[in-house]
Ligand binder design. Sequence first.
Ligand SMILES: Nc1ncnc2c1ncn2[C@@H]1O[C@H](COP(=O)(O)OP(=O)(O)OP(=O)(O)O)[C@@H](O)[C@H]1O
Ligand SMILES: [Mg+2]
Length: 226
Amino acid sequence: MENILEVQSLGKRYVSSGTGVVEVFHDISFEVKPGEIVALTGPSGSGKSTLLNLIGTLDIPSSGNIIIEGEDTSELSSSELASFRNKKIGFIFQFHHLLPEFTAIENIGMPALIAGKKLESATKRAEELLAEVGLLERKSHRPAELSGGEAQRVAVARAFMMQPALVLADEPTGNLDNENSDKLFDLMLSLASKFNQTFIIATHNTDLAQKAQRRFHLEKGELHEY
Ligand SMILES: Nc1ncnc2c1ncn2[C@@H]1O[C@H](COP(=O)(O)OP(=O)(O)OP(=O)(O)O)[C@@H](O)[C@H]1O
Ligand SMILES: [Mg+2]
C-alpha cells in the first residue's frame, strides 16, 4: 500500500458563541507510509491535539480530508466511524483513560471484545501484549492499583491490541518523571517497530522527537517537516 494516512488541505476552526472563532490551521497536507514513526512537535496551543483528534476521527475538520487506508473518513456515518475507530486507530493520551472497573488484562482486551472477537483469543493476545510491556505480574490489577507509569504501559498495550492502521499518542509521557518518560518512549518505539505499526506521537520533548523516523513541527498554523 502506498500511504496509510493522507491528510489533504486540512483546516480546523473552533467556533463558539462564548469564545468566538479560533482558526488553528487552514491548509495542512502530509502523507504517512505504513510502519513510519512520526513525531509531532510545536508550542502549546499550536494545534497538536487538534490535529491528532482530527486524524483519529474524534473531531470533524472544518475543511479538507483525512484518508486512512484508502478510506475517506468524511464519508463514514457516525456509527461506521465508531467501529472504524475501534479497529483502525489506537489512542494513547496523557492520562491513561483505562476503565477503572476492569483489570489490566481486561482493559487491553476490551477493543477486541467490542469488535466481537472471542474472549479466548482476545485474552491470549492481551496477555502477549501485557508481557511485551513487562506487566504480566500486574495482570489482575485495576488501574487504581497500578503506578502512573504502569497504567500508561497498559494503555500502550491496549492501543496496539487491534494492530490498528494508526497508533496516535498525544503527549503520553507528559505525566511521568524524566526517567519513566524516556522508558515509555523507548517502549512505544520498540513496539511500533517490532509490530511494524504506524505511529504518530505529539510531544513537547524535542530530545524524544529526535528518536522518531520523521519529525513534523506545527507552529502558527504551518506544518514543517524537519
Ligand atoms: N474546543 C475548543 N474550542 C475552542 N478553542 C479550542 C478548543 N480546543 C482547542 N482550542 C484552541 O485551539 C488551539 C490549539 O489547541 P490544541 O489543544 O490543539 O494545542 P496543543 O498544540 O495540543 O497544545 P498543548 O501542547 O498545550 O497540548 C488553542 O489555541 C486552543 O485554545
Ligand atoms: Mg495538546
